[in-house]
Ligand binder design. Structure first.
Ligand code: C5P
Length: 406
């Protein structure tokens, strides 16, 4: 997003403290960030902090003689490539729906012809209120992009959906909306992510500890390079990536069906931790325990989605990438997996407990191809995803050149 201009509107919610980090991260990506701080927002973060981080004047009042003389409110939104509202409060979202313009933030939002991204943040009851939900539906129908909110503990002591998306997810959404890269424009990417849940009976299932974070980050990074991206994901607590078609599934069988339905694709990245087995015969009723008696579950092997995609005869993606979660002998085991699955690349990562990869924020991976192994330094999962997406773009681009030269 080098050279792009973001107008960030910070409204009045406790999540405003995260907006300071958001400014820093957007600027680290090369974007210029100009901020409007509402009077509510200024209750949570100071204009001085916002100004220091954005290295720009902070705008607040609609009828400010000096601000209007220097840069009118219409000009503020004209000058931006994208408007981001983070945190977007229930009140400001309602104003956007109604077309109110009684302060600088709502006026800039009404006056803009640029794309708008909102990151809602509010108490769970306010979020679930039919008024807010209807407002969100109206904004979505108008083409407003939405990132989050997330589920989790809230500053008000409650638990539920309403927490603002993390700055890293907002930055990813901004990158996608700004079309920061077009290297994969016209390409279709298919990504699997998360665990699968294999039911035992109507209330129990077999699952694993995958958070889906790496797979979701890969989908986000591919979309940011301009690929039409389909993310087929098992159950996770993550927000749906902006600009990505997200298909939610539970079981391995559903995941395979959704992947096959999404073909053809130029590239497939299988980052899901698919359960290797499913319960043979799912009980129709909740299983009862019998004191002292052990329970035996007969398990059947699940389809291997990575192998199926690698083997697909007429619709094989040009590039198929798998992940290998290993606890030892990464290079040898990764190479063996490359051969046994028939895929083109394996991203091998160390998931030994000491590394905390599962559910953690960082990952140290080794890219294994037919040519050999390349070890990448430990980095945030989002960074791994971006580096991988760039490598994929290089590979597909190189294939294109070879094809056109032939
Ligand atoms: O065999 P293993 O589970 O170690 O292989 C890991 C790789 O295979 C990952 O890319 C994972 O997404 C994929 N996989 C799959 N379907 C399965 C099992 C694994 O797509 N049933």
């Amino acid at each position: 997003m080098q050279g792009k201009r973001v107008l960030l509107i910070i409204a009045g919610g406790i999540a405003a403290y995260k907006s300071l980090d958001l400014i820093r991260r957007l600027r680290a990506e090369g974007a210029a960030v100009r901020c409007i701080l509402t009077s509510g927002g200024a209750q949570f973060v100071t204009p001085l902090a916002v100004s220091a981080l954005s290295e720009d004047k902070v705008y607040g009042e609609l009828f400010s003689l000096t601000d209007e003389a220097e840069l009118g409110h219409i000009q503020l939104s004209r000058d931006a490539d994208l408007l981001v509202v983070a945190p977007a409060t229930a009140d400001l979202l309602a104003k956007m729906v109604a077309g109110l313009a009684d302060d600088l933030a709502s006026t800039a939002l009404l006056a803009t012809d640029k794309r708008v991204l909102v990151a809602p943040a509010m108490n769970v009851r306010m979020w679930e209120h039919v008024a807010t939900q209807q407002n969100m539906a109206t904004l979505a129908a108008r083409g407003i992009a939405v990132v989050g909110p997330e589920r989790g503990d809230m500053a008000c002591g409650e638990f539920g959906e309403g927490r603002m998306a993390e700055p890293v997810d907002i930055v990813a959404a901004v990158a996608t909306l700004l079309g920061a890269g077009r290297a994969l424009a016209g390409r279709h990417a298919l990504v699997t992510s998360g665990p699968t849940h294999e039911p035992i009976d109507p209330v129990r299932y077999i699952a694993n500890r995958s958070s889906g974070r790496q797979g979701h980050a890969v989908a986000t990074a591919l979309a940011a390079l301009g690929a039409r991206t389909t993310l087929v994901t098992g159950p996770t607590a993550l927000v749906d990536p902006v600009g990505v078609e997200t298909v939610k599934v539970e079981t391995a069988a559903d995941m395979l069906a959704a992947c096959e339905a999404a073909l053809p694709a130029d590239v497939a990245v299988c980052a899901a931790a698919v359960a290797d087995w499913r319960v043979d015969k799912q009980a129709a009723q909740k299983l009862k325990k019998t004191a002292g008696a052990p329970l035996a579950l007969a398990l059947t092997e699940n389809p291997d989605i990575l192998r199926r995609l690698s083997e697909a005869t007429n619709r094989r993606p040009q590039l198929v990438v798998g992940f290998a979660a290993e606890t030892e002998n990464l290079a040898a085991n990764g190479k063996a997996k490359l051969d046994s699955k028939g895929c083109d690349w394996i991203v091998a990562n160390d998931v030994s407990a000491a590394r905390g990869t599962f559910g953690g924020s960082h990952n140290q991976v080794h890219l294994i191809t037919a040519e050999g192994m390349e070890s990448w330094p430990e980095m945030a999962k989002e960074e791994v995803a971006r580096k991988l997406a760039q490598r994929i773009a290089d590979e597909l681009g190189a294939g294109e050149q070879t094809g056109s030269a032939a």
